[in-house]
Design a protein around this ligand. Structure first.
Ligand SMILES: [Zn+2]
Length: 455
């Protein structure tokens, strides 16, 4: 099929970004990087006046970023029509996205060529995000350039070599990923709303036929489940690269993958709102500051944890300017520079969403105590030989714990661990045990959640 001029232009955008993200964007110092980013940001801010919502704020000469109001999901939904440059109405975008999710047909577009992404609505309304073909190509170019191993890139570039095979497990929104399918890359998509073991059998069969995936991409919890099947001998794939997307990759899951396939999983920290961080070849999770400007709202006096406020200067369709994410990120202020040579910020961890931080009254009753997810995970790890999996839900002042396949005495041990943790933080809560329920694979897996108080 002959490609149109437009298609060729898009492929050129992808290739240019691929080359730049793989071999370019090298800065001798953070100061030089900051200067470069300020120029990109200035250009973004000058364009802002063309979007109705910012028409009154942005002057032709541009405006300081700090002069813009901080927005959240609520504002984005309320002013959706004025916050995109194509005049798409929220109702139309949501209609298309929900229909696509219902029919599992991800081809539908809005306004001719825009893809709609839905953000997961763990609390209340779901958000919608518009992505143009150009933005899709920038995304794909960045992800491929940053996560593919040297061997896969070599195979991509040798036109006579077989295409790189990538198995992709996803919950929704295939359109974004199909944009990178070509004669050099073969994607197999595995829709997680279909029975999981059907996918496992299909993958195993492809591996037996010598066509197993070179690269495995899936949400962290799904990678964990696949590694388990591999351990049981039901899945005989040998991926040379394992990529975790969409969920927080917990240390235990990373370790299980390493044991099974001898590969340290690379992480793509991606929200519908943007591509926020990627692991480099040295295993450090770098903020994607080549596309996103990140302001930090510090959560602790030591300045190790923050909520990011992001401005995505790559995007022109839906404006993401000073958008507060519902996530907690962690940095290590004493960490040395990454040996990969990038000067962008290295995250110690993505601690998950803000509602994964448990909050209890202090013993004195006058203030609150916060238990961060990494601290809770660490405590739970001390009894990890006593259960297969765990989940914690805070409801009011109760801490509801569920353990999968608990060994005799597991509950008592976990009870002690959590009691000790609470005591060390001088917090007050009651630990309760609930029966384990298998997770729904179509829902984002979350180990720790503070449920909103019921009114
Ligand atoms: Zn690095």
């Amino acid at each position: 099929m002959p490609r149109s001029w437009n298609d060729r232009a898009l492929v050129a955008v992808l290739l240019a970004r691929f080359v730049r993200a793989r071999w370019g964007y090298r800065f001798r110092s953070r100061a030089r990087f900051d200067a470069w980013q300020r120029r990109r940001l200035a250009r973004f801010l000058r364009r802002l006046g063309t979007v109705p919502h910012y028409a009154g704020v942005a002057q032709p000469a541009g405006v300081e970023l700090s002069a813009l109001p901080v927005v959240d999901k609520g504002v984005l939904l309320e002013h959706f029509d004025g916050l995109n440059s194509r005049g798409v109405r929220l109702a139309d975008a949501l209609g298309v996205a929900l229909e696509a999710e219902r029919t599992r047909d991800f081809a539908p577009l809005v306004a001719g060529d825009l893809t709609v992404g839905l953000s997961s609505g763990t609390s209340g309304r779901r958000g919608a995000f518009l992505v143009s073909p150009r933005e899709r190509m920038l995304w794909a170019g960045t992800v491929l350039a940053r996560v593919l191993d040297r061997r896969s890139v070599g195979q991509l570039l040798r036109l006579w070599a077989p295409p790189v095979r990538i198995a992709f497990f996803l919950r929704a929104g295939g359109n974004l990923y199909e944009s990178v399918a070509s004669s050099r890359i073969r994607f197999s998509f595995h829709d997680l709303t279909e029975p999981f073991d059907t996918h496992v059998a299909a993958l195993d069969a492809s591996a037996a036929a010598g066509a197993g995936p070179h690269v495995l991409v899936a949400p962290a919890s799904v990678l964990g489940a696949l590694a388990e099947r591999a351990h049981d001998g039901r899945l005989r794939i040998r991926p040379r690269l394992v990529i975790s997307v969409a969920e927080v990759l917990e240390p235990e899951v990373a370790e299980r993958i390493r044991r099974e396939w001898g590969r340290t999983p690379r992480q793509v920290y991606q929200a519908t709102e943007g591509l926020l961080a990627l692991t480099c070849e040295h295993g450090s999770l770098h903020l994607n500051e080549e596309s996103v400007h990140v302001e930090r709202e510090w959560l602790d006096a030591e300045r190790t944890r923050f909520t990011p406020i992001v401005t995505d200067f790559d995007r022109r369709t839906q404006i993401i300017a000073r958008y507060r994410l519902d996530d907690v990120l962690r940095v290590d202020p004493a960490a040395p520079a990454c040996p990969c040579g990038r000067v962008t910020t290295v995250l110690a961890a993505v601690d998950g969403r803000a509602d994964a931080v448990l909050r209890f009254p202090h013993e004195c009753g006058l203030r609150e105590v916060e238990l961060f997810p990494d601290v809770v995970r660490q405590a739970m790890a001390a009894a990890s030989d006593a259960y297969a999996d765990w989940r914690i839900r805070q409801r009011g002042l109760d801490l509801h714990v569920s353990l999968a396949s608990p060994a005799p005495g597991a509950e008592a041990r976990v009870h002690d661990l959590l009691e000790r943790l609470l005591q060390s933080h001088e917090g007050r809560a009651v630990v309760v045990f609930d029966p384990w329920e298998a997770a729904d694979p179509t829902v984002k897996a979350r180990r720790i959640v503070r449920e909103p108080a019921r009114g």
